[in-house]
Write a protein that binds this ligand. Structure first.
Ligand SMILES: C=C1C=NC(C(F)(F)F)=NC1=N
Ligand SMILES: [Mg+2]
Length: 216
């Protein structure tokens, strides 16, 4: 991953097959890529999520689509799948099993780790994360076990404590509130619902790209 990671985090679309209501995930992803999404995370979990072979087949198809648009493909949680399909990176939460060796397991790949507090952020930096996912910034319907809503506070606290690692905000983010996360110190925003539930995912993505670039 030669590119500037902070740039890649600008509009980070995250989805699994069960997040896409109006269209198939492949259609939604292609629309998001056309709309300027800079990174994609395959997060196949929760009710109705695919498993095993079906999950791998879908992952391979979406990875190929991302690479047609020169956008890196990140896998959520599933290290084995990430390695098996040679994805571009992995995103894990602090509770996702033994993180002690996660850096060596993901050598040469992009590694994102979730952080909800300054302490968790420092731990993730020590583990060798390339970026941190910080949130939930606003209330979210998507992640059922989300921690308490934080607004821009933790982002500001991380920057005030001289953390310079690339940060992406997550949790209830829309084109209307994205500027709050960027002004608080995030390099970009990640979204599930704002794109996956949109009637027009390409326009929804364009709106997010605009909102982020006008907040810088
Ligand atoms: C729980 C999560 C927190 N942050 C992120 C990301 F935006 F990628 F950093 N992805 C997740 N799945
Ligand atoms: Mg997780």
């Amino acid at each position: 991953m030669e590119c500037n990671i902070a740039e890649k985090l600008r509009v980070y679309f995250i989805a699994g097959s069960n997040n896409c209501l109006n269209h198939e995930i492949q259609e939604v992803l292609e629309e998001a890529l056309k709309g300027g999404a800079t990174l994609f995370q395959f997060r196949e979990k929760g009710p109705g999520a695919l498993q095993g072979e079906d999950k791998e087949v879908l992952a391979r198809r979406l990875l190929a689509l991302c690479h047609q648009y020169d956008v890196p493909f990140i896998v959520n949680d599933d290290v084995a799948l990430m390695l098996k399909i040679n994805a571009d990176g992995l995103h894990v939460g602090q509770e996702d099993g033994d993180l002690e060796h996660i850096r060596e397991k993901t050598k040469g790949k992009l590694l994102g780790i979730s952080a909800h507090t300054l302490e968790e952020a420092k731990k993730a930096v020590a583990l060798g994360a390339d970026y941190l996912g910080v949130g939930p910034i606003f209330p979210t319907e998507t992640k059922r076990d989300a921690r308490e809503v934080m607004g821009g506070n933790v982002l500001e606290q991380l920057r005030a404590n001289d953390l310079t690692i690339p940060l992406v905000a997550i949790g209830g983010i829309t084109a209307e509130n994205a500027h709050i996360a960027i002004r608080a110190g995030a390099d970009g925003v990640s979204v599930i619902t704002a794109i996956s539930h949109a009637d027009h995912p390409q326009q929804a993505t364009r709106n997010l790209v605009e909102a982020v670039s006008h907040s810088k």
